[in-house]
Design a protein around this ligand. Structure first.
Ligand code: ADP
Length: 505
């Protein structure tokens, strides 16, 4: 049987079994977003819904989210353990889709200015533990049909520390749905003191080393890692990396054990191929495709104008769109680019990001030194992010660690060759421009191993050299642009997992 027909049969088989899935997340694009978690929390449910699954997203009713959605009908009121006020569950729809979104509405916790985790000054909300414990309790109420929605999920899919108490609390319920906990980033664990644990009035049974206690602290993340029926991470390489000291943040032993028990696996994220499509992208001035690459250079010109840089098609233009934090290797980028510019290389860098003040300052210094070579914009700007992906020649992602990463996949789709560190999802999605790979027409980007300025600098020299051979560069662009990162493969993998868990429960 030809493979495509075989695949088709598999898809039909999985889709023929409809599962009820409750997808819990603290951010969902476009309702609220700080990073890749929001993108995944919209795209994956959408893909599963298109595969005929009965999926509902559940998230907090932040002020910014309600402002965007307008009036949302009240569908349930629940009284939760430890809270004097009843909590409302509102119903909405994910914009431009028919995916249902349940909003946990507790004004005391979520109706405020600022971000989902931080106040307007960028500091963590002092009551984050209470906010997300309440969210988790509300999800448990819905998942066990205590909210009276007359809809009980087969699977609850939790994401990152904000949802970690859901598998923990559900482990105390009978009957209960199967639980999946996805790690998008181990670096944020939701650690709070024993006093906070007591204040939250959580079941004492959870306070144990084989529970949510972590060196005398309460760890939301551990709730997911210990109690979920299955843990996934957002790429196979990251799923292995977190079982080791350098990436595990003290939880590597637990993760290694769960991996040995076949309870940890990696499923690489997909991307929204409608939103990120150079043929139809509503944010870019000139659409292009593998059949007609020329307009890409017009996007480059427009970008150079936007950043007041000299217009030059021959200049190698690098882009970076990132949270400005150490994880993303921003310091490596600044130092390596500085070195290349000081040597008089014909390159430009445009950077869009926000984050730590020190990195912002270092970027300002770089721009001040090379004003006709460096463009920066601080803040969050969705439209400019698209313009950068379409306009630059190469994209910088020298992350110290990267659970999956989305921008390298957007870059590939836009024929913008990614320069990445060989870690996590970057390792799984980019094929290095080694001579061997280029000969076999497999190469899609540039990889380096050690997180040092020296290694990045050497790689950028290689990039620069290859850029001076337009035919070779163009061939790599074409290979990059035909890679398939649509959600269908990843969604199928999740569906398969849900199926196994339900069958074994
Ligand atoms: P992370 O989730 O660790 O921040 P990812 O690469 O997984 O990194 O996802 C980041 C997402 O946020 C991408 O969609 C990226 O384009 C977007 N992004 C990050 N910073 C900005 C910014 N300043 N303006 C616009 N989009 C941004």
């Amino acid at each position: 049987m030809p493979l495509s027909v075989y695949n088709w049969v598999i898809v039909q088989f999985w889709e023929s079994i409809v599962r009820k899935i409750l997808f819990a997340s603290s951010e969902v694009h476009p309702l609220i977003k700080t990073g890749g978690l929001a993108d995944v929390s919209a795209s994956l449910p959408l893909a599963l819904s298109q595969m005929q699954q009965d999926i509902r997203i559940i998230m907090p009713a932040y002020r910014a989210t309600l402002q965007q959605l307008g009036e949302c009908p009240l569908i349930a009121t629940v009284k939760l353990e430890g809270y004097h006020q009843p909590v409302h569950i509102l119903q909405a729809q994910l914009p431009d889709s028919d995916v249902a979104v349940l909003l946990v509405d507790s004004p005391e916790h979520f109706d405020r200015d600022g971000g989902p985790y931080c106040d307007t000054q960028g500091g963590d909300w002092a009551d984050n533990a209470a906010r997300f414990a309440l969210f988790c309790r509300a999800v448990v109420a819905v998942a066990t049909n205590q909210a009276g929605l007359d809809w009980q999920p087969d699977v609850v899919h939790c994401n990152d520390w904000q949802t970690g108490l859901i598998p923990a609390l559900l482990s105390l319920e009978r009957p209960r749905p199967a639980t999946v906990f996805t790690i998008h980033n181990m670096a944020y664990q939701g650690l709070f003191s024993r006093e906070v644990f007591e204040m939250l009035d959580l079941p004492e049974a959870l306070w144990q080393i084989e529970g949510i206690e972590f060196y005398g602290m309460m760890s939301f993340m551990k709730g997911g890692l210990v109690y979920a029926d299955h843990i996934t991470s957002v790429s196979p390489t990251y799923a292995q990396e977190i079982c080791h000291y350098e990436y595990g943040y003290g939880l590597e032993g637990l993760l290694a054990l769960r991996s040995e028990q076949s309870r940890l696996s990696g499923i690489v994220n997909g991307i929204d191929t409608q939103e990120w499509n150079p043929q139809t992208d509503k944010f870019i001035g000139h659409h292009y495709s593998i059949k007609n690459l020329r307009p890409k250079s017009l996007n480059k010109k427009a970008l150079q104008q936007h950043f007041f840089l000299p217009e030059s098609a021959e200049t190698l233009m690098f882009g970076m769109i990132s949270r400005l934090v150490s994880q993303k290797g921003v310091d490596l980028t600044i130092d390596a680019i500085h070195r290349l510019l000081a040597e008089g290389k014909d390159i430009q860098l445009v950077c869009l990001g926000s984050g730590e003040a020190g990195f912002e300052q270092d970027l300002r210094v770089l721009r001040a030194r090379f004003p006709d070579r460096v463009g920066i914009q601080f803040g969050y700007d969705e439209a400019l992010a698209h313009k950068i992906e379409a306009g630059v020649d190469a994209f910088l992602m020298p992350s110290r660690f990267e659970p999956c990463g989305l921008n390298q996949m957007y870059s590939l789709r836009y024929g913008t060759l990614p320069v990445v560190r060989n870690t996590g999802g970057l390792a799984d999605t980019v094929v290095d421009a080694s001579e061997e790979n280029r000969k076999q027409m497999l190469a899609t980007g540039f990889k380096f191993t050690k997180p040092t300025v020296e290694d990045l600098y050497d790689t950028l020299l290689t990039v620069n050299e290859l850029f001076s051979h337009p035919r070779l560069w163009r061939r790599m662009m074409l290979t990059a642009m035909v890679q398939d990162f649509s959600w269908i493969n990843s969604a199928q993998a999740y569906l398969h997992l849900y199926q196994q868990l339900v069958d074994n429960s």
